[in-house]
Design a protein around this ligand. Structure first.
Ligand code: SF4
Ligand code: SF4
Length: 103
């Protein structure tokens, strides 16, 4: 797992384009706060959700997740520099990430 000091993610945000909403599973939603559930529910009903993505929580200016600490498990599993990350980046015309090996 990448720590903040060796995280190679350069916040291209491409991995967050596949979702319109944070991809919480049912168990995570049960544990989520009422505020989060209301936010996601309101967004799911909105015209913007019906038309497009990226994920509601993606900050388009910074390419960062607006609620990184509260992001879903699925997002935590997605390692910067993994095969899927690099395949998405190459498809978008970006260079693949070289992940430094820990000593
Ligand atoms: S990391 Fe954040 S912005 Fe990206 S898909 Fe997950 S919840 Fe959405
Ligand atoms: S695709 Fe890779 S480099 Fe881009 S934001 Fe996602 S994890 Fe980071």
């Amino acid at each position: 797992m990448n720590t903040p000091s060796n995280n190679p993610c350069n916040n291209c945000g491409i991995c967050c384009l596949a979702f319109a909403l944070p991809p919480f599973d049912a168990n995570e939603l049960v544990k989520a706060s009422d505020e989060l559930i209301q936010q996601v529910d309101a967004y799911a009903r909105s015209a913007r959700y019906r038309k497009s993505n990226p994920c509601l929580w993606l900050d388009l200016d910074s390419g960062k997740c607006k609620h990184h600490a509260a992001r879903p498990v699925l997002c935590r599993w997605f390692e910067p520099g993994c095969q899927a990350c690099n395949e998405l980046r190459i498809k978008a015309g970006l260079p693949s990430l070289q992940v430094k090996q820990l000593k």
